[in-house]
Design a protein around this ligand. Structure first.
Ligand code: UD1
Ligand code: UDP
Length: 371
């Protein structure tokens, strides 16, 4: 089966690494080359520490093509991607296009493929924030409705799709990011020296990431977060996304000395920081779950989350960007650190073999056609 995987943004490299590894393993087990996968990189993320480092560290096959689309407004970025991806699909004639998550790269790839009647498989289907002001919500709704095969990470995601009338070829396989954490966690322990580099001790610091447009593009929200961080007297490590760096501009100098601003880090370094952090503040989707898998209380700087199971399990607090709400949540998170992480009864995101399940399902499907 000729597959084109389209990726472009940091979290997609982490997800694609797990699935590509499973496709290769499936081929090996079956003594043949069942899957012939090519990776197309849209170029949405292009700094070495947002892209290249992930391909190297996670040993992802080099992209066959980099479309070098780069940054721009949503219309420009998605439009250029659409045109360039279409050209590649016409040239390579894949039998399936594999897409991940909810970025503009996901949207462009699913649009280009479906107009050419090429089946689309969507990994991380069915997530909803029910906030249409988020570009990601628009991307994921459209992608789900264009997809032929939908791989959902949770039961809630399956239910969301059913409510929108999507029930055919929907598979609850768990979360491929969990596969990635399990695969790389020990490796991160042995090969990352970031704690040493930053002179950090286990559980003596907080970790934070901020990059969502709803925070970076809203002055009041960004200041609310900045003020909260400035009133905390524990070191906060903040690997800064380029979008946030740009948005902060001169305010970058307004963080107090406890806030340690660093460049975005590699995945193995990030896992090491997450594992040893006392508490994590984030507006990232992936980081919320990684905090859970690594047993670290999470404070989510958003007004809602697609990963609602974490809130129900008592591992994640949704607080928005209000200074006092963040500080109040910090007290609760500290109590969790003190009294122990909540125990949960089920594997919320599968068993760590989601990628193998995806490979097995695709392997059984043989010829896939758009209905
Ligand atoms: C994108 C995704 C978001 C995802 C995030 C992961 C969309 C709409 N958003 O957001 O869902 O959570 O990736 O990190 O697709 N920039 C650089 N260097 C880079 C990449 C970006 O400097 O390598 C800067 C540019 O100024 C750019 C800005 O960051 O304009 C935003 O980048 P963009 O890819 O448009 O969106 P993200 O905020 O990264
Ligand atoms: N990540 C990383 N380095 C960083 C910040 C994040 O490797 O400096 C990883 C993180 O561990 C997770 C993924 O990037 O696996 C999440 O990406 P991001 O937060 O950019 O996007 P989202 O998940 O919100 O779409």
């Amino acid at each position: 089966m000729k597959i084109i995987t389209v990726v472009g943004a940091r979290p997609q490299f982490v997800k694609a690494a797990a699935v590509s590894r499973a496709l290769t393993a499936f081929n090996k087990r079956n003594n043949n080359i069942y899957f012939e996968e090519r990776i197309v990189h849209t170029g949405q993320h292009y700094d070495d520490n947002m892209s290249k480092v992930f391909f190297e560290e996670l040993q992802i096959q080099s992209p066959s093509v980099n479309l070098e689309v780069g940054s721009g407004s949503h219309g420009h970025q998605s439009g250029v991607m659409l045109e360039r991806i279409e050209r590649i699909l016409i040239e390579f004639k894949p039998e399936l296009v594999l897409v991940y998550g909810d970025t503009n790269s996901t949207l462009a790839a699913s649009l280009a493929a479906s107009k050419l009647h090429i089946p689309v498989a969507h990994v991380e289907a069915g997530l909803r924030s029910f906030n249409r002001r988020m570009p990601e919500e628009i991307n994921r709704v459209v992608t789900d409705h264009l997809s032929t095969i939908l791989f959902c990470p949770t039961d809630v995601a399956v239910q969301n799709l059913a409510k929108e009338g999507i029930t055919k070829d929907v598979h609850q396989v768990g979360d491929v990011m969990y596969d990635s954490v399990l695969f790389n966690s020990d490796l991160s322990g042995t090969s990352s020296n970031i704690l040493k580099r930053l002179s950090l001790k286990n559980k003596s610091f907080y970790l934070a990431t901020i990059h969502r447009a709803e925070n970076t593009d809203n002055k009041a929200r960004l200041e609310g977060i900045l003020d909260a961080f400035n009133s905390i007297d524990v070191p906060i490590v903040l690997p800064l996304h380029p979008r946030t760096k740009k948005a902060l501009g001169t305010k970058l100098g307004k963080f107090n000395n406890e806030v340690r601003i660093i460049d975005p880090v590699s995945y193995l370094d990030m896992l090491a920081l997450e594992k040893h952090a006392r508490i994590i503040f984030t507006d990232s989707g992936g980081v919320q779950k990684e905090a859970f898998w690594l047993g670290v209380p999470c404070i989510t700087l958003r007004d809602e989350t697609e990963w609602i199971e974490l809130v129900h399990a008592g591992c994640n607090q949704i607080v928005g960007a209000d200074t006092s709400a963040i500080l109040e949540a910090l007290l609760k998170a500290e109590a969790i650190v003190e009294h122990g992480f909540p125990s949960y009864t089920s594997d919320l995101y599968g068993d760590g073999c989601s990628s193998e399940k995806i490979a097995a399902i695709l392997g059984k499907m043989g010829q896939i056609s758009v209905s």
